[in-house]
Design a binder for this molecule. Sequence first.
Ligand code: ATP
Ligand code: MG
Length: 422
Amino acid sequence: MLKKIQAIRGMNDLLPEAAPVWQYLEATVAAVLQRYGYREIRFPILEQTELFKRSIGEVTDIVEKEMYTFDDRNGKSLTLRPEGTASCVRACEEHGLLYNQVQRLWYGGPMFRYEKPQKGRLRQFHQIGVEAFGMAGPDIDAELLFITARLWRELGIEQALTLELNSLATPAARAVYRDALVDYLRARKSRLDADSQRRLETNPLRILDSKDSDTQALLDEAPRLAEFLDDESRRHFEQLQALLDAAGIAYRINHRIVRGLDYYSKTVFEWVTDALGAQGTVCAGGRYDGLVEQLGGRATAGVGFAMGLERLVLLLQALQRVPPHVDQQVDAYLVAADGVQGAAVELGERLRSELPYLRLLSHCGGGGFKNQLKKADKSGAAVALILGEDEVAGGRVTLKYLRESKPQQTLTVAEAIDRLQD
Ligand code: ATP
Ligand code: MG
């Protein structure tokens, strides 16, 4: 026997049993976004490597060690998108959607990062991302948070999620803070973990994100970015908090949130849960007013977030918040005697025309009633529609309830349609 070829580590197949909860999640997100006037944009999963280097930043985990980068046949360096913001900006710029305009956009699909696969952390994972362009004030930051808060409510997972907020200030103010942080840490360099020692020279703010406990202890006493906020950033941050207070959305200020990407300024946030173990951030984002310019466009305000769908699915399951109807994919199963297949086809198609929401499986492959009913039961259908010679002769169909102890009934097709309506 030939050796079977397997999927790439960290890249999952989504099997039919698992698909309904994904469809439910994606449809719920899309519906909420639509209610806020956000429009979908789609762009390729492959981009020029330079796009991500220039936007996410050379000295970030993503660009340093997580990108799937390869040369194409012409020796051009391409990268599977590790996130969507850079591609979204690229696409919008390329098609003139940004200059002097306001855009509220969303996208979804696979992202790729070469990480150590584990629960909630994959190499191909899926995000829905939202980006708003051309609006510089805190009201749009707040709107994005209202959207997420509403979504958690609709999904029934709001109790398990906490909003953490921070402000990264403007690049100028952040530069002043960076110097203060470096002064403080350089004097204590030997107590930093190896990664953080290296980052001290390359990207010191990322040290705030270190998971190392000694480094964390050192940071407790370090200067805080909050003390270095410029007036504009402080006002922006205060106004955002006032809007969240007015809407009754609870949050916690977390001075350690720096995010793994270099393009953020002012607002950054994460929605976190402790119901999933170490991979607790299900949604993260922030403001990136410098990014469009950094990618060659005119200065344009931008703010956005991305949610990790794998983690949200895990959370829905952990909290048992998948609605029962989601897992039930078949309503009715049509069983027919040998010799009345023509009538069965006719009935099946008529039902599908008159009851567009009915999910009807027609038995194929023949066999006796007993065998067919077994299949009907296995399909998860609530009801079997049975068509024998008597039924066909009388223009009727028998309904056999598979999940309730109701007696079976032989009805005219019109009556059956009525019954199946609810
Ligand atoms: P983390 O700190 O968990 O590595 P991140 O800061 O790298 O997350 P972002 O780039 O902000 O994550 O992506 C937004 C969201 O996408 C995350 O909050 C998470 O839900 C999800 N996500 C990121 N990386 C992965 C991954 N490798 N597998 C599954 N989901 C992921
Ligand atoms: Mg990461």
